[in-house]
Design a protein around this ligand. Sequence first.
Ligand SMILES: [Ca+2]
Ligand SMILES: [Ca+2]
Ligand SMILES: [Ca+2]
Ligand SMILES: [Ca+2]
Length: 265
Amino acid sequence: MILIAPTPADDVSTFSSLCRFGDQWMISGDWNGDGVDGPGIVQESGAGLEWFLRNEPGSGAADVQFSFGPKGAMPVVGDWDGKSGDGVGVVLNTSKNLRWQLKNELELGAPDADFSFGASAADIPVTGNWDGRGPEGIGAVRNSGNNLQWQLRQTPDAGSPFTIFNHGAKGDGPQTGDWDGKNGDGIGSTHRATGLEWKLRDSAGAGSANRNFTFGNGKTDCQLTGDWNGDGIDTIGVVRIVDGTRQWQMRNSLNGGPADFTFTF
Ligand SMILES: [Ca+2]
Ligand SMILES: [Ca+2]
Ligand SMILES: [Ca+2]
Ligand SMILES: [Ca+2]
């Protein structure tokens, strides 16, 4: 079981598609392939990464628990084989590049894919189905001048990006999701001010944001995206440590306002 929530809510990363409290990453995914995203926690220890995944976005125990990936790796989530929901992966920042190790099944074992994409140190990994067809794609996002530069690939393997463009401001956290429920995943960014400021674009390319709103606390919260109600539209959520407990505050629409529902996990 997991574990007391580690302390400081101020331990959140400022430039990442990922967010963690101490040695616990907060993630989400469709672990059972029913179209609804549930929460997950990836606990890092000396032995590596331990994954605790729950199908329902609600309070309760983990449905699946397994070890995958070494200490120091970043967790990623995606439907790498285009069936049966999301798999998991880890991305290692080697001295030369980003090395991706992806696994389709949610269990202990060797990765199904092992390849390099993206630059060491400079890049943050992102995942998304950029064309809405087949397997999940991947991407690498970096600070470039005053912008975020996105390099996206349609398939989860080594090769050249199919597109390179700027979207979002330097230092903001890249976000991905199907904000309009059609044509695959779009992009966006979160900015940490007093509030957590979301800027989302429906298509994965250059251009301005289609949606602009504030949801969450910019100083204390970890951010998440996912389809919590199975309507085909990805929305948002935050995790906040309240009295030593992880409180997940989820919203089913893409605008500001109170959480539609809250749970602990
Ligand atoms: Ca599910
Ligand atoms: Ca899959
Ligand atoms: Ca879309
Ligand atoms: Ca939804």
